[in-house]
Design a protein around this ligand. Structure first.
Ligand code: G3I
Length: 379
């Protein structure tokens, strides 16, 4: 059969159109499968925190979204002492094991949170059977045994541990926690030594909030110097990053990134979220024992964030990511404290029962304008 020139041209046009459609579909598909982790792959890890509600009962598409957007994961609550080790002889591994399995399935950078913290730690930890405070030596032994068991269980699998959390009390120096009161300031040295023994390959971090605060910055810099002088190895500092539209001053935050990096440690942004609600009194930070009474004035957007506020959120997130990109040589990871707005602790802190919008995905797990602003910096 001979094909005339006209038929040939028609067939070629059809073929070209089909190829173009296939190409467009392939591009659309690739975009669907591309997330922040891909856009930022040459800069730093992009992480999220997972709570046990999402772990055990993920909304449709949640796990796929996490795998698409993130390449690092932190367990929000279930490696904390009160959850994982609620009684002297009782360990609860279900959630932590499940978290590890989910992350490993997607080849994530796994973050353990947290080994030594004053908060969410049961009272029995600090007392003997008669309810009296343990001696320094006995409390150190208890700390070591906890770290051995928890960090030891995930040895070689947790890539970074928050070893000590929130040991500094703003401008006032050491937080007067039972760890500090019963052991002394070298509780930090011991925690890092025990963690290094239990998890030799892990990246070990000191983690805190309000790290833009000059007093805290200097204190943490001194802490790193002292640890190093004492032969204790510390790999990084976690700057939590619970920020707002008006606070903190980005220039102060930047000074802290530079100051920590100058000590030879990596900077991790460990718990990023951006509060969109009115500041309750002059409250900033993440001191979990703070709380304020609910009022409608403090909860102005119960039914959705107005467009102008979405824009402000997007612009502020872009500012933060410009800063992180500027210091990409110092920053190892940027982790959001949750994925979608409904999950965020910021709905209940420091005032319970509010509707907040601190993350990049909305309550239906759709990308918000803030997401696109962060993505656009890399396009
Ligand atoms: O799961 C229980 C639920 O069964 C119960 O009905 C409900 C009633 O109170 O409580 C639920 O547990 C709460 C849990 O969050 C899960 O929502 C706890 O009370 C509450 O204390 C816990 O708050 C967590 C907080 O740390 C204290 O551990 C937040 O989710 C978590 O985001 C927050 O994370 C901390 C970091 O670990 C350290 N840096 C600051 C950051 C924010 O505070």
């Amino acid at each position: 059969m001979t094909i005339n020139r006209r038929t040939l041209l028609k067939r070629s046009a059809l073929l070209a159109a089909a190829l173009a459609t296939t190409k467009q579909n392939a591009i659309a598909k690739a975009l669907e499968q591309t997330g922040l982790k891909d856009l930022y792959k040459n800069d730093f890890y992009i992480g999220t925190a997972i709570g046990n509600a999402r772990l055990n009962n993920p909304p449709a598409g949640f796990n796929a979204l996490v795998a698409r957007e993130f390449n690092a994961m932190t367990m929000e609550n279930d490696m904390k002492w009160e959850r994982v080790h609620p009684e002297p002889e009782k360990w609860v591994w279900d959630h932590a094991d499940k978290f590890m399995a989910l992350g490993e399935q997607h080849g994530m950078y796994m973050v353990g949170h947290v080994l030594v913290w004053h908060s969410q730690t049961p009272r029995w930890v600090f007392n003997d059977d008669a309810g009296q405070p343990l001696s320094r030596e006995a409390l150190l032994a208890r700390m070591k045994s906890h770290i051995d068991t928890l960090a030891g269980r995930y040895r070689g699998r947790v890539h970074a541990w928050d070893v000590v959390n929130e040991a500094v009390d703003e401008d006032k120096g050491w937080r007067k926690s039972p760890w500090f009161n019963q052991i002394g300031p070298d509780f930090v040295d011991h925690a890092f030594r025990y963690a290094r023994e239990a998890a030799p390959e892990a990246h070990l971090l000191y983690n805190d909030y309000n790290m833009h605060n000059p007093g805290k910055r200097e204190f943490v810099v001194d802490m790193i110097k002292r640890l190093k002088k004492n032969g204790v190895s510390i790999d990084g500092v976690g700057m939590q990053g619970h920020v707002g539209l008006e606070y903190p001053d980005i220039a102060e935050f930047e000074k802290s990134i530079e100051a920590f990096a100058a000590e030879g440690v990596a900077v991790h942004i460990t718990e990023l979220d951006l509060d969109m609600l009115p500041v309750a009194w002059d409250h900033i930070g993440a001191e979990i024992s703070d709380s304020f009474e609910y009022s409608d004035e403090l909860n102005p957007y119960p039914n959705g964030l107005p467009a102008d506020m979405e824009e402000k959120l997007a612009a502020r997130y872009a500012e933060w990511f410009k800063l992180f990109l500027k210091h990409r040589d110092k920053i190892a990871r940027v982790t959001f404290w949750g994925t979608g707005d409904s999950e965020s602790w910021k709905n209940d802190f420091p005032v319970t029962g509010r509707t907040n919008y601190p993350l990049l995905f909305d309550r239906d797990y759709q990308r918000k304008p803030a997401y696109h602003a962060v993505a656009a910096l890399k396009k």
